[in-house]
Design a protein around this ligand. Structure first.
Ligand SMILES: [Zn+2]
Length: 195
């Protein structure tokens, strides 16, 4: 059984009865749609990075690793769908799986943004000592102060900070880290100040 690459209907001849496209036109339509959705997905990932930059979750690094894995899995899936389409193999199930992943970075970006923007909880001040710092240049650039942890079972926290705070503190400095609980219960870093 062959399915139309455009609409997914069963196809008995070269021209699909349901949408009227020939097999090569249907293939082109599928590839265009894959490309558009991949762009939407990539933009969502950028929105997530921007939200994480604006309202940095305390565990931002773990979230970035998660979204990075999802990103590469989704790209691999898109390439797989396209390869199978070229061989005229069945793509419906894989295609739906891929389309299902498209809103994920947008949802996480919205969650992270709302978590910080609509958070009315008072900041809690946690005292910590800076033990290291590192920065990565990249799309949005990221700066972390590595400080002693106040949470049970953890040795260090990698606190996301802005460029100014990053330059102001050095290992050995005593700081207060302002933590807010977050509307969605994701603790985020409101700021860092000297003690
Ligand atoms: Zn069709």
């Amino acid at each position: 059984m062959t399915r139309c690459l455009n609409c997914g209907a069963e196809r008995t001849s070269d021209i699909c009865d349901a949408c009227g496209l020939g097999s090569s036109a249907a293939e082109l339509s599928l590839r265009t749609r894959l490309l558009v959705r991949t762009a939407v997905f990539a933009l969502g990932s950028l929105a997530f990075l921007a939200a994480g930059n604006h309202y940095p979750a305390l565990d931002l690094d773990a979230m970035l690793i998660f979204i990075g894995i999802v990103f590469f899995l989704a790209l691999a899936l898109a390439i797989w769908v396209e390869r199978r389409a070229l061989r005229h193999a069945e793509v419906e199930a894989l295609k739906r799986l891929y389309y299902g992943l498209i809103p994920l970075p947008w949802l996480l970006a919205a969650l992270l943004f709302a978590n910080g923007a609509l958070d009315r909880s008072p900041p809690r001040s946690q005292s910590a000592r800076v033990i290291g710092k590192f920065s990565m240049s990249g799309l949005l650039g990221s700066h972390r102060l590595v400080v002693t942890s106040w949470r049970e079972g953890r040795r260090v926290e990698r606190v996301p900070v802005g460029r100014g705070d990053f330059d102001s503190y050095d290992p050995g400095d005593l700081v207060n880290v302002q933590i807010q609980s977050g509307l969605a219960g994701v603790p985020w870093v409101a700021g860092v100040s000297s003690r």
